[in-house]
Design a protein. Sequence first.
Lengths: 794, 360
Amino acid sequence: MNILVSYNWIKDFLKTKVSAEEFSRHMTEVGNSVEHTQHLGQAFEHVVVGEIIELKAHPNADKLRIAITDVGQSVQIVCGGVNLFVGQRVAVALPGAHIRWHGQGGLVELKETEIRGVKSFGMICAPDELGFEKLQQSERVIWDITNLTDAKPGTSLAKALDLDDVVFDIEVTTNRPDAMSVVGLAREAAVAGLGEFLWKESKASKGRESKDKVSVEVLDKKLCPRYQAVVIAGVTVKPSPWWMQARLLSAGHRPINNVVDVTNYVLHELGQPLHAFDADRLDGGKIIVRRAKNSEKIKALDGKEYTLHDSMLVIADAKRPVAIAGVMGGEVTGIIEKTTRLVIESANFEPVSIRRTARALGLYSDSSSQFEKGLSTEATAPAINRAIELICELTGGHVASCIVDSRAMRYKPKVFPYDPKKVDELIGVTIPATRQKEILKRLAFVLKGSQIEIPYWRDHDIENSVDFAEEVARMHGYDNLPSMMPTGEIPFVKRDPWLTFERTSKEALAQAGCVELYSMSFISQQVLEKLKLTDGDAVRVVNPLSEDQRFMRPTLLGSLLEAVEFNQHRVDVMQLFEISTVHRPRKNALPDGCRRLIIAVVDRDGEFAFRRARGLMERWGRAVGVPMLSVEPNSTYELAHSARSAEVYLYTENPERVGFLFEISSEVARRFGIDLRVAVVELNLEPIMTAVSAHKSYTPPPEFPGASRDLSFLVDRRVTYAKLHCLLCSSHQLVKEVVLVDVYQGKGIESDKKSMTFSFELRSSDHTLTSEEAEMAMRVVVEKLKKTFDVIMR
Amino acid sequence: MKEQLKKLTSIFDKAIGAVRSVQELEALRVEFLGRKGKLAEAMKELADLSDKERKEAGVILNALKEKMLLRFESQKNSFEQKESSALAIKEWIDVTLPADAPSEGHLHVTSQTIAQIEDIFSHIGFMRSEAPDIDWDWYAFESLNIPKDHPARDNWETYFVEDHERSRMVDRGESKMGKIVLTPHTSNAQVRELEKGNLPIRLISIGRCYRRQSDVTHSPMFHQFEGFMVDKGISVTHLKGVLDYFAKAFFGPMRKTRLRPHHFRFTEPSFEVDISCGICDGTGVVNGVICRLCKSGWLELGGAGMTHPNVLKAGGIDPKKYTAFAFGWGVERTLMMRAGTRIDDIRVMYQNDLRFLNQF
């Protein structure tokens, strides 16, 4: 969470001489990262106070006028502002100034120019053109500074409006809402050695016993541990003085009126949100802190109506809710010009309830964001006192009631044991106990023997003695710590075999020319249906960001086909693979995570794709040491082309089916919008991995020469290679190897036949084969072939 | 004999003059110099001569053999030269034509980065492991000192898996493990590793994570690597040592790291680890203009810290005896920070666009 904070404001509470750059660096080192630094003065160079002396019509443009303006000397400026008047004080950007055209885009250097034929020496600025977007009222309304300054025309605007400041954009960690404030940051800076911390709590207002009182009733003390309120009467609501507006602007707030501005000012200064009600519009003069009724409605200050739920806390009057507690006030009791009596609320709300309410309503405010981090019940009093001080000063009002204070329980500061040696051990260097204690004291920790008492503003974030090590270390400076390699025993852990298998698999496939995909693990209902899966097959996500994240994928096929569709318009040949875990639901247990490999070959020629996919599978298998993968035709797989589908078996003693090899059916292709042929292998890697052997052993080349013979024959087209090959291999003991040389169908051959040529390697292990022996063996082979299949030898 | 040899010489001279091809030349060679060639015949006849004559004839015969060999050699060379100049014309190719390379595969850049990270840490004894990407709330949150009402445990930031029966059990407080989540970080590996009970630990867990966020720097699915070291006497200085080593190994020897105090529930103290910017060399300024990549010379790498005692306790380890550190960073983010990567939108990494994939 970030806070914009003015250096001048910090300096109200920090006596310092360090430059903004040094401040940024040190604050970042102690944990309050300064992400940006903006020097306001630079933004206002060549911008001066001007006074309009005379207004004339523009000869060539209805919407423009010529303003003769005193900027120390009289100049002529063409201006489109609708709210110009003679005697008005305005901000004039002279040539050389850097402004933001119509409040948009980057800074542009202004030059002397001619607008529609009339010379213009500079520009009369609207607030957004000078970076004050929050002051912008509407289009073509220039910034009227008549009431903001008495400075002479020609005075620099920065000087006239006291804008010579630096604004830091600081990231404060979520555990430190106390540092989300000017005072909190000033304290951090002081401990970091950047200056002296000057802040003092405002004097406690005693309040006033009078008839004018506010009745406060807290019905849910769990969600509202503390509620303070006070009535201020005799108030005149009007715009705040410029100094306050300028500070709110630097903090990113829009100035509204002197009452609302004070609540925002105190929030920014102390980190405690406040709220102001119009006391006269609180029905029954009552404040009741209670849970909302179901379907109760409230119109908030943002002008929108919200429907509430009984888990939400509201501030109500006798009749209706008047604020969503800690989130936003209601419109009916908001501060308006006629308001003269106020109730100021300074309360503490339970953080989780605030967060859930804001989230449920989609309504976030500076107040809710601060409360949801967890604030101390003790922060309400300093804030209400500061608010009373400022409101009385700015509105002419006076305290008209006692300060009501409703508490759930008495406050007891937290205490934890502290041992400087433990701090040293964890950090790794010795920081003298005196130095440690000095740091802790300056952070307002109270040392009591071997115990430390926590200041109230840290009572949510300090939870343990180990937290003291962090406080000491960050103030000591991490940069000052040496960087050391850990010594000691290196644990021997056997590398997870899966990680080796995964890595060699990926490398083998990439080396074989495949491109690795990384797809989202999610899958939509729609894609599940395209793959003929039902939602019972997949792990369902309760809260997806979009429909395509509805499930966790139970297969790698869907994302792969989507990738094919995505790329097919640019390339028509692809070799793709992905290795990842897919998930199957299990009752009352973690989902079943299965490691999968998918390989796909995409081509215009489906038969080629099919055979190449198988080839890639086999090459991968050899590379990673898979003993053997065999395929069996299977025409029942519903996603497959019925004539181009096979099951893949791990060839062991008990062959186990480990996946499918198939061309996707035309129906599946159509569903995914794919125009090309896609052959796929999807394998379960777990059973395969267990059969892998990383050890390779050597077989010597044959000792005695053998003989080679070829055989060509015609056979029925549908007799598979696998069957023939199996027969030929086992047809004679001298046959050691049978390789398919050629398959031919077409011209010169009957249409239901194919011609095949096999090459045989015959060999004996104990003598050189004679050609007679080879001929004899081949005769046996041919006989067996003829007996089993209807073949015609060629 | 002398006469005979003279005749042989003149026959040879004539014959070799008439030869027109390598084949003819080879035939001639066999005819004269072969095992049963004319010269060999003459050699045989030497046996019948007297010692003196044999000696004389032998010298002549050897000289003749020498001469023939030279003629053959030079004739062969001249034929080969002619042949190769004929081939140079016949078999001319355009050597500047594009190459015909075997199709090229690519490992996804995330795979490559994970392998690099794994290797860097293995050199200092950190062994890689994997924890499930769908895990119990216990490992993802509860055991990591993250309170029940912490925003990270809202369904706003973390994905939950639907299991009605389980939810009812959790609501009744009957389950230590809690609900099932898509793990938002690899820190779920920590307590899983501690539970194995083997100390000391040097672990690098790399895996898939999920968070409900999608923009230029956030992908709903991404990868993290989690370093986890548990031993006696482990301190912040050791964490610094390991991080410096990684930064130099992964980003280059000139890069520096910085620990910036931060806040995480499962570490105390906690840090953001920054690395000096490779574009502006850590100065924050390039050619007089503010560096657009970094914040004042530093880039935010990710979180780290000394493991919270409650986490060690949850894993059954006595925090009085052992201390530990952990860090968990995004693989993609770390890659994107390496100068020259130039991936400016993380989401492009998981769109499976071949125009992206083929570049790595």
